[in-house]
Design a protein around this ligand. Structure first.
Ligand code: KG4
Ligand code: ZN
Length: 443
């Protein structure tokens, strides 16, 4: 069997998936060598020997990995900005950009060294181009294009949330389309029906904050150690608490859809903390037994209600998805919050009641990493979706095609949220609409 690796530009004449838009002020063309055709641009047999470097810098982790076409992970390097998170209590874009820029070369080199490879050995370079913080995305994209340009390698622009979803297929290849996916991280809270590679129906999203952000804030207010981000700290303390002790109300009970909201729950938690006079500047490690118990009760009660909100939405999302795709067998749960054991246990019960199977990647693949980017690159590369190598030396003033606000798929009609539709300015066309447009032009 043979397959052709064609350029994305050929698929997407109107809007290439990953295309730098040069500014008017360009350097003379003589500075740049013309794009070369890579070996992968020829017709090649399907091969497990593909070697793809994945680069991830969309938020606060600088990550790179090399993955083989057969799913073997050859290397995996993550440099996290935990100290910045502690200092600023969240991600400060300028600081995060500087931190990425400081370590990106080292992280990528380490990933190549650990895999015993050089850039020449790679089949392609995959990099997250959105959604995320523009300043941070830029660092990874610049590095990826530099390698791809210098060594004549094709490049694949990856959607961060698709990468969180598809990494599940790396660890469990029997997860076939269609399936339902709950993607829960610091910046996103999504329920999607994954119909095919690059084709998603958005069943629900958050109208305000994501659950990971809520975990981080609660951790900060409870005076927890944020070194491994807030989520793990809340999960750990919650084990000591009584989840029924503080009565928080479940968000959006009256909305019979699949959207999420965590802002109100955050406010309820903040008020409960104030009422009990818990001081965030007294670390939990120094708290009295009674104070610690009080914090643990809040952590456990918050977690119970936050996850109950996920459970209710997942149950409905499965019902909606079954109406569209009755052959669904899996609920995939991924993103940083999916590494939480309580989340997994609770969702497992929802899924069992629906006769489906819950699939979560191992914790180190739930949080941001380069493996998921490399693997998503491999999945797209295999069906011919990549771009030819960029020029070997790109002008410094090139404006990259970054997609800070980039939906995965089109909204399902039943799931439309009035509150969110007011905030749709400057959103990029979804990955799904771009791929569908490309396919219809190809047909
Ligand atoms: O996917 P991710 O690494 O980065 C984003 O794309 O946002 O997710 C990070 C988020 C953080 O908010 C972190 O607190 C949360 O995932 N998180 C957890 C756990 N581990 C990470 N939340 C709850 N429980 C955990 N064990
Ligand atoms: Zn993420």
């Amino acid at each position: 069997m043979a397959w052709a690796c064609r350029s994305y530009l050929a698929h997407l004449p109107c809007r290439p998936l990953f295309n730098p838009r040069p500014q008017l002020r360009r350097r003379p063309p003589t500075f740049c060598s013309s794009p070369r055709l890579s070996s992968a641009a020829k017709v090649l047999p399907i091969s497990d020997n593909l070697l793809v470097l994945g680069i991830e810098t969309s938020c606060d982790d600088t990550a790179a990995a090399v993955v083989k076409g057969n799913g073997n992970i050859l290397s995996h390097v993550v440099s996290s900005q935990a100290d910045l998170l502690v200092k600023y209590g969240g991600v400060a874009p300028k600081m995060a950009e500087a931190a990425h820029a400081e370590v990106i070369d080292q992280v990528v080199q380490q990933a190549l060294d650990d895999a015993n490879l050089t850039e020449k050995d790679l089949s392609a370079v995959a990099v997250t181009i959105g959604p995320g913080l523009s300043l941070c995305l830029r660092v990874g994209v610049r590095k990826a294009r530099k390698i791809a340009g210098s060594f004549g390698k094709p490049i694949i622009g990856v959607h961060h949330m698709e990468a969180h979803t598809l990494v599940t297929r790396l660890v469990k290849p029997d997860v076939e389309f269609p399936f339902v996916a709950l993607l829960i991280s610091g910046g996103h809270n999504l329920l999607v029906l994954a119909q095919d590679l690059g084709q998603y129906v958005q069943l629900g999203t958050t109208i305000d904050d994501a659950i990971g952000e809520a975990y981080d804030k609660v951790a900060k207010w409870l005076g927890l150690d944020m070194k491994r981000s807030g989520g793990p700290a809340v999960e750990e303390l919650a084990r000591e608490g009584d989840p029924q002790s503080v009565k928080f109300s479940t968000p959006m009970k009256q909305h019979k859809d699949c959207n999420f909201s965590f802002a109100g729950l955050k406010t309820q938690v903040r008020l409960a903390i104030e009422k009990r006079k818990i001081k965030a500047d007294v670390p939990v490690s120094l708290a009295t037994d009674q104070d610690r118990k009080s914090r643990a009760d809040i952590a456990a009660s918050f977690q119970r209600v936050a996850v109950l909100h996920l459970e209710e939405r997942c149950q409905r999302a499965i019902e909606w998805s079954m109406e569209m795709e009755p052959s669904i067998k899996h609920l995939v749960v991924s993103g940083g919050v999916a590494s939480n054991q309580y989340v997994r246990t609770q969702l497992d019960q929802v899924v069992s009641r629906k006769n489906l199977q819950l699939v979560c990647p191992p914790p180190h693949l739930c949080t941001d990493n380069g493996i998921m980017v490399a693997w998503t690159g491999i999945e797209h590369f295999r069906v011919g979706r990549s771009e030819p190598p960029p020029p070997a030396c790109e002008p410094e003033d090139v404006v990259y095609d970054l997609r800070p606000r980039w939906p995965l798929g089109e909204e399902y009609l039943k799931g439309r949220s009035e509150a969110r539709s007011l905030r749709r300015a400057r959103i990029h066309p979804s990955l799904t609409s771009m791929i569908q447009q490309a396919m219809s032009q190809e047909a």
